[in-house]
Design a protein around this ligand. Structure first.
Ligand SMILES: Cc1cc2nc3c(=O)[nH]c(=O)nc-3n(C[C@H](O)[C@H](O)[C@H](O)COP(=O)(O)OP(=O)(O)OC[C@H]3O[C@@H](n4cnc5c(N)ncnc54)[C@H](O)[C@@H]3O)c2cc1C
Length: 418
């Protein structure tokens, strides 16, 4: 596991007691935990709780085991630091976990540097501006990110959670009452790791902003302008905003021909006459067109393409109406999803930190919110840029590399602690 002593950089807001040797003895206020959901946050949280002396055998996942398909549903860019958080919760070495996820093709999935460009569409297709490196040095260490299919990650995490003696249910309970009824103890905590709300708690306000996205598996041509192990971050100005895309080295055992994946996304405010399919279609067109310009061609597009329209949540801290209900999913999903490629990082960080707080007998809500603030700030910054193209297109086209370098603020948001 990556060292946390002393917590610094992106980990500065983490509780001091997470630093090596300062962890208090277990004194949880709950005798059982029901984790509702089977995503990254739910599984990481369940793993840490199930590994503890105090709650071993008393953790249940109220959701079915994740199922896998070739379609790229949910996140594919796994910031390398995420693996440290998962390993912290699972009590294993991050390197061992990485090997288990990627096997012999681990190296293919590695991103060593990121380039930036602004694209324009012309009659002959998409044209890229300069493509400078803005993140990483291009050497193997430190690896910035790994590309994988989210369903592969959750399936492997679920296997590890099961191996810790945690039972999974066949369905997702629709109410808090139904979750509590599944708890074998007298003082249960329900951790919500699903985006679906429960029917017997106040409904969260309806979102007015969404992110639309289209992503698919790709293969790099021999003559690709994008070097192996480099990812690309590309913006395209269109209709008062930036369509934004990323392309990363990627490995998926279900699509072995692919060695990259790409995604384009945009923040939308649906008004009168909004048609979801019409908002997603340009994302599909642009991810394939810009991918081609980078030297990346689709692999089984009809089977690997995943498209989504997901709600944006507030940037502020998330509270909970009851002490026995922790809405972990809402806490780590706060902000504009997808755009900063950190959803799986935040889910792992929040799942791990919340579990540690529960075990330490602390209120997990403020601790978890605090640990996510730097990530939320970065997300808010990019969302602002994507929705205020103004003079930015010209500036980014000419000085994209140095501007991105400067805007990156914390240099350690991607790589593990070395
Ligand atoms: C198209 C897409 C691309 C993404 N790309 C990345 C990436 O590259 N890197 C990364 O770290 N994270 C990415 N994310 C986010 C990441 O998948 C999740 O944040 C992460 O998996 C943690 O969620 P979970 O697995 O715990 O829960 P899950 O319940 O599996 O959540 C998965 C996703 O569902 C979304 N969601 C929430 N509400 C709804 C709703 N009402 N309808 C449909 N979906 C909803 C969430 O925003 C979340 O993104 C992406 C998400 C999507 C949808």
């Amino acid at each position: 596991m990556g060292a946390l002593t002393p917590p610094a950089g992106r980990d500065a807001p983490l509780p001091a007691w997470l630093a090596a040797g300062e962890r208090p003895a277990d004194r949880p206020r709950f005798d059982t935990v029901v984790v509702r959901g089977n995503g990254v946050g739910a599984l990481v949280c369940a793993a840490r709780l199930a590994r503890s002396e105090s709650l071993r055998g008393r953790v249940r996942v109220a959701a079915p085991l994740p199922t896998e398909s070739r379609r790229l549903v949910n996140g594919c860019t796994l910031r390398a630091r995420s693996l440290d958080y998962y390993a912290g919760a699972l009590g294993c070495d991050a390197d061992v976990l990485t090997d288990a996820l990627f096997g012999e093709r681990r190296r293919v999935a590695e991103t060593w540097a990121q380039r930036f460009s602004v694209a324009r569409e012309e009659a002959s297709g998409f044209r890229l501006g300069p493509l400078p490196v803005w993140m990483g040095e291009g050497a193997r260490e430190p690896v910035l990110a790994y590309g994988l299919r989210n369903g592969h990650l959750t399936a492997r995490l679920a296997e590890r959670v099961q191996a810790l003696g945690v039972a999974f249910d066949d369905d997702l309970p629709e109410t808090l009452e139904a979750c509590l009824a599944r708890a074998p103890g007298k003082t249960p905590l329900v951790v919500n790791g699903s985006h679906l709300p429960v029917g017997d708690l106040p409904k969260p306000p309806a979102p007015d902003r969404f992110v639309v996205a289209s992503q698919l598996a790709l293969r790099r041509r021999d003559d690709a302008p994008l070097p192996a192990h480099h990812s690309a971050f590309v913006m395209r100005r269109r209709e008062g905003g930036f369509d934004t895309g990323v392309f990363y080295p990627f490995v998926d055992p279900l699509t072995p021909a692919a060695d990259f994946y790409g995604i384009f996304f945009r923040i939308v405010r649906p008004g009168e006459g909004f048609v979801k399919a019409d908002a997603i279609a340009p994302m599909r067109h642009t991810v394939e067109g810009v991918g081609h310009a980078l030297g990346l061609e689709p692999v089984d597009a009809e089977e690997t393409r995943g498209e989504a329209m997901v709600p944006c949540l507030p940037w502020s801290d998330v509270t909970t109406p009851r002490a026995d209900w922790l809405d972990l999913h809402r806490t780590y999903s706060a902000c504009t999803p997808i755009i900063t490629g950190d959803g799986m990082t935040r889910a792992g960080l929040a799942g791990w930190v919340a579990a540690e707080a529960v075990l330490a007998g602390e209120d997990p809500v403020p601790v978890t919110n605090r640990s996510l603030r730097i990530w939320r700030r970065a997300n808010r910054g990019l969302a602002w840029v994507m929705t205020h193209p103004g003079l930015l297109e010209g500036l980014l086209r000419r000085f994209g590399g140095p501007i991105m370098k400067r805007a990156n603020g914390l240099p350690d948001m991607w790589a593990p602690v070395g």
